[in-house]
Design a protein around this ligand. Structure first.
Ligand code: B3K
Ligand code: ZN
Length: 846
């Protein structure tokens, strides 16, 4: 396969003034007519007329009305064209029903829908399918369906016919079309300048009852973007469509967002609190793309973080404003460490702005998205809130309508602040997680406290010689009595080693370093246990308070794994104090009850030069949870009773926080009390959060068979709930049974493996079950490989994504590495392996 390089970027030889598309829909023989006005691009050197096109049957082509015979290959076509402006017309035939890759125009549950990002439009018609080619689109759809949708504003609607016009120039990846027998949940929004916008959430008949929450989230997002970023919506209509077969969460097509139904449909009976929060965030994310992504798009796919990092950052701000900032930040850091750090420290490491790729779909990663968002957070910390707001205003003003670059983005910050961001830019070009260590010095005579930091990023194939990066390190100081003696201050580290002093102190303080997780680094701070206990009890920064508890938990678990020691008493006692503190919000206390994941512990052991043993990790975690359950039983029972929600279900932060706490308590209590409480909660539950938590507790206790059957009988017809049913059985299975449970589920009549949600429910859960996936039998590896081989010809994107289950394989012992290697080679040997999967596996295998 061909490798594409950022350094090879060249503008396209032509500009596109206008695009008119006509679709005559048919499941296997859809006809697409295109009429495209091209003219030479004065800014371009090359003028080869190449149009992308894949899996298209070319019926006819004309230039300025005269038939032409282009040279057609598997990747596109070339043709001789006139020197000046000309009109290109073509007709192609495509097969939406035969399109199982879910990219381009395809069918899901009887409806037509599209997914064009990144390079799916070329499966719809011949076109310069690259984000820097922007144009105005008019779309005509003919087909026997009550709902016919495309981007922009409706211009004509008739029986089996519709015309749409999108006045905003856009790249082809933002094109969308939907047709089907759908019902709308409708509302309106008045923008800040008084424009009325029609809002519709289109769903399959039967799903009408699951739309209200998504609609409220949309309106809240529209309002928030006006208030916080001054961004107003720019069309008369905003449509969202829910589809069941979708490779990811959702897609921000202009004026016509298409969502995985799991990322938009919600009701108390069928969705958990976590589902509600995720849906709210994804709706916001896709809506925010209207400005950060659509109005200002990316020049080329290497700039993907320009829209994704920024939009993730914006949706995180939104969630913080809607819910609890501390809880949101902690959740994001847990996720960043689990997914992005693993990626950045393994064979898939790449810079936030990659410099080469084979298949761009493989770069919609935690690094581009989540580390990309962290980079923006750091920039904001460094320049301050006011300068950030000014820089964003300038960005929108200067680049509206552009296909922009990271250079453009950084320039607005330089121009706003006068700062030189040359070194900061390394965050976009260097791969790897920096390691930051800190050493303290205390001069009692002068009352001066010095922190000396050292940063070092381990080299990788992606970045052979990482250089020092700019690190905003937020630090506060705590006195021995727990009072803050120096408030938060941002230390700006730019050197490999650098010292910062704090003076005027009466006594040696305890340093609370990297507050709010102010930079995405691994911090190595040699605090004593007493100092960590002090931070856990008193740190005014909620993130670092939680972090102190997490580090103590990790240390206790590592001792349990390597020395078989009992859980640390002092940590448990401090944890109790936090749990008992009724001034702390329940959601925060629920987080405090959590432990580092098995994968986190494996990574920590690996960092310490030890080989992680998944079984030993599992055992230590279980023993620790048993100890917590025994020691806290009375307190947990009390928390469970006192924080139970009696009021009618609401998915808001306050109620969901209480449920998070009571369900964390329930999981532990079931270990000491047996299944009665969980069974009662299961029987009484009137919402999915309560029902599913109870079912999880029962399954973990090995007492879930009856409840599982009842759950299936109740929810058999609800595909999103059944995804949970499939997933939970795997995630709650004992390690030695996980692969077998997954294998058995693949034989279930409802295991529609071509549906990405269902496939991920089983195999995503297996891959996440650390002790089960890495069980010494190797059955988990073999089963996943079997199914990746089966899925690849059908859906390369989802297959390639699931390959990351193997990315940490070099951490483990030789026996496991050998078994994994065998499976990787077996997949790699499959005939006609997709470009997506082969790129992923060859990078992972190294
Ligand atoms: N931009 C899309 C992701 C497209 C993924 C293509 N493989 C959703 C999002 O980030 O909002
Ligand atoms: Zn996005």
């Amino acid at each position: 396969p061909q490798t594409i390089y950022l350094s090879d970027y060249q503008p396209f030889g032509f500009l596109v003034d206008e695009v008119a598309l006509t679709f005559d829909l048919d499941p296997h023989k859809t006809r697409v007519k295109s009429r495209i006005a091209f003219r030479p691009n004065p800014a371009a050197q090359e003028a080869d007329f190449f149009l992308h096109g894949e899996q298209l049957k070319l019926v006819s082509a004309q230039i300025d009305g005269k038939p032409v015979t282009p040279k057609v290959t598997e990747r596109g076509l070339t043709c001789d064209v006139p020197d000046g402006p000309f009109i290109w017309e073509a007709e192609v035939e495509i097969d939406p029903k035969g399109n199982t890759a879910l990219e381009g125009l395809y069918m899901s549950g009887g409806m037509y829908c599209t997914q064009c990002e990144a390079e799916g439009f070329r499966k719809i018609t011949y076109y310069p399918d690259r984000p820097d080619v922007m144009s105005v689109f008019t779309v005509t759809i003919n087909g026997p369906h009550p709902v016919l949708l495309s981007n922009g504003n409706p211009v004509a609607q008739g029986q089996n016919h519709a015309e749409w016009h999108d006045p905003w120039p856009k790249p082809a990846y933002l094109f969308a079309l939907v047709a089907g027998d759908l019902v709308a949940h409708s509302d309106r929004f008045t923008t800040m300048s008084g424009r009325e916008v029609d809002l519709n959430l289109y769903v399959r008949p039967g799903d009408e009852g699951k739309c209200a929450f998504g609609m409220e989230a949309l309106k809240a997002s529209m309002k928030w973007d006006e208030e916080v970023y001054g961004r107003e919506y720019d069309l008369d209509i905003f449509n969202i469509v829910a589809v069941d077969d979708f490779n990811m969460g959702a897609m921000e097509n202009k004026g016509l967002n298409i969502f995985n139904s799991a990322a938009v449909l919600a009701s108390p009976e069928t969705s958990t609190d976590d589902n509600f929060e995720r849906i709210e965030a994804i709706i916001a994310h896709e809506y925010f793309h209207n400005w950060t992504g659509n109005r200002i798009t990316c020049r080329d796919w290497f700039q993907l973080c320009l829209k994704e990092g920024l939009t993730v950052y914006r949706d995180a701000q939104f969630t913080s404003d809607m819910r609890s900032p501390a809880v949101k930040r902690i959740g994001d850091v847990i996720d960043l460490r689990a997914r992005q750090f693993a990626e950045d420290q393994g064979p898939l490491a790449h810079p936030v702005r990659p410099e080469s790729f084979q298949e761009i779909n493989n770069f919609y990663t935690a690094t581009v998205y989540e580390k990309g968002a962290e980079v923006i957070g750091m920039l904001k910390t460094l320049v301050g809130d006011d300068a950030y707001a000014k820089a964003l205003d300038l960005y929108f003003e200067r680049h509206d309508g552009d296909a922009a670059t990271i250079e453009n983005w950084l320039k607005v910050f330089e121009d706003t602040t006068g700062r030189d961001l040359t070194q900061f830019k390394r965050w976009y070009s260097q791969a790897g997680t920096p390691r930051l260590s800190v050493v303290e010095a205390w001069d009692a005579g002068k009352g001066i406290f010095t922190l000396t930091f050292t940063q070092h990023t381990p080299p990788s194939t992606a970045t052979l010689e990482p250089k020092p990066q700019v690190l905003p390190i937020t630090v506060g100081l705590i006195g021995a009595d727990g009072a803050e003696v120096a408030p938060s201050r941002v230390l700006e580290m730019t050197e490999a080693e650098q010292s910062f002093t704090f003076d005027g102190l009466d006594a040696r303080p305890v340093a609370s370093v990297l507050r709010g997780f102010s930079a995405p680094v691994v911090l190595d701070q040699d605090l004593s246990k007493e100092e960590r206990l002090l931070l856990l009890a008193h740190d005014s920064d909620p993130f670092n308070r939680w972090e102190a508890g997490r580090t103590l938990a990790r240390q206790s678990l590592l001792a349990a794994i390597t020395e078989n020691s009992a859980p640390d008493d002092a940590w448990l006692a401090a944890q109790r104090a936090v749990l008992e503190d009724e001034t702390l919000e329940p959601a925060y206390r629920a987080l405090m009850l959590g432990l580092p994941s098995h994968a986190d512990l494996a990574s920590t052991l690996h960092d310490a030069g030890k080989t992680p043993d998944p079984a030993a990790i599992h055992q230590a975690v279980e023993a620790t949870r048993d100890a917590m359950a025994e020691r806290f039983a009375a307190l947990l029972g009390d928390l469970y009773d006192r924080h139970r929600v009696d009021a009618p279900y609401q998915p808001n932060a306050a109620q969901s926080g209480k449920r998070a706490l009571t369900n964390a308590a329930l999981a532990l209590l079931t270990r000491v009390e047996g299944p009665a409480r969980a069974q009662a909660q299961f029987d009484d539950a009137d919402n999915m959060t309560q029902q599913l938590s109870a079912l999880a507790a029962l399954l973990r206790a090995g007492q879930g068979d009856k409840a599982l059957a009842a759950f299936e009988a109740q929810w058999r017809d609800d595909r999103l709930v059944m995804d949970k049913w499939f997933g939970l059985q795997v995630s709650q299975a004992a390690p030695e049974k996980a692969a077998e449970v997954a294998r058995r589920l693949t034989q279930h009549a409802d295991f529609n493996w071509k549906n990405p949600n269902r496939f991920r429910a089983v195999f995503g859960s297996l891959a996440m079950h650390h002790a089960g996936f890495h069980h010494e039998s190797g059955k988990g590896y073999a089963l996943l490989a079997d199914w990746l081989i089966k899925l690849d010809p059908v859906n390369p994107q989802t297959t390639a994504r699931m390959c990351s289950a193997f990315q940490t394989w070099r951490r483990y012992d030789m026996a496991r590495q050998k078994m994994i290697e065998t499976q990787l080679d077996r997949i790699l040997a499959s005939p006609d392996l997709s470009r997506d999967t082969s790129e992923m596996l060859s990078r992972i295998r190294g």
